[in-house]
Design a protein around this ligand. Structure first.
Ligand code: CTP
Ligand code: ZN
Length: 154
């Protein structure tokens, strides 16, 4: 049967679809998951019409399965995105996002005096949510940074 509605970005056989990313965040998500450095096929849709969001970004990565822990990093930016694992053209798993308690080895510390810049240690931040505003506290220098500052410095 021929579907009347055509997919805006072609379906993938195996891999991960990150869907319902608020428009403009797509590029940030690419960097967050280091998708810009992968050798796998990636298709990206930016500013696609979405009934729920008005406009959305979508990212499809072939032959890579993003785990729930990895996906939860995205919750630092938006709780609304959906992660779909695709197996043989079917959605085999769909994750909603939950805020992680810790973020390890993703961000570098915005404090230039922090020991993490001079020692071969993985960075580690505790995620703090106060009045719906997100902060990250460095395990090493114990300084607290807003999510926005963290994003600007990384
Ligand atoms: N998708 C894909 N390749 C496939 C299957 C699905 O790229 N082989 C994409 C769809 O285009 C969609 C996402 O994966 O963007 C999730 O698919 P599906 O659950 O079928 O769509 P919806 O029901 O619209 O999802 P939701 O309820 O999360 O909006
Ligand atoms: Zn630090």
């Amino acid at each position: 049967m021929i579907k009347k509605t055509k997919l805006q970005v072609e379906a993938i056989k195996n891999g991960t679809v990150i869907d319902h990313i608020p428009a403009t965040l797509g590029i940030k998500v690419l960097k967050l998951f280091q998708i810009d450095k992968t050798h796998h096929s990636v298709t990206i849709g930016l500013n696609l019409p979405s009934s729920a969001l008005g406009k959305k970004d979508i990212i499809k990565i072939e032959n890579v399965l993003i785990t729930k822990d990895q996906a939860n990093l995205l919750a630092l930016y938006t709780q609304n995105a959906t992660i779909n694992q695709i197996k043989d053209y079917e959605v085999s798993k769909k994750f909603q996002l939950t805020l992680p308690e810790k973020v390890n080895a993703v961000f570098s510390c915005p404090n230039s005096n922090c020991i993490t810049h001079n020692e071969p240690v993985e960075t580690s931040f505790n995620v703090i949510c106060k009045n719906d505003i997100l902060f990250l506290r460095c395990k090493y220098c114990e300084k607290v940074f807003s999510r926005e500052i963290m994003a600007e410095c990384n």
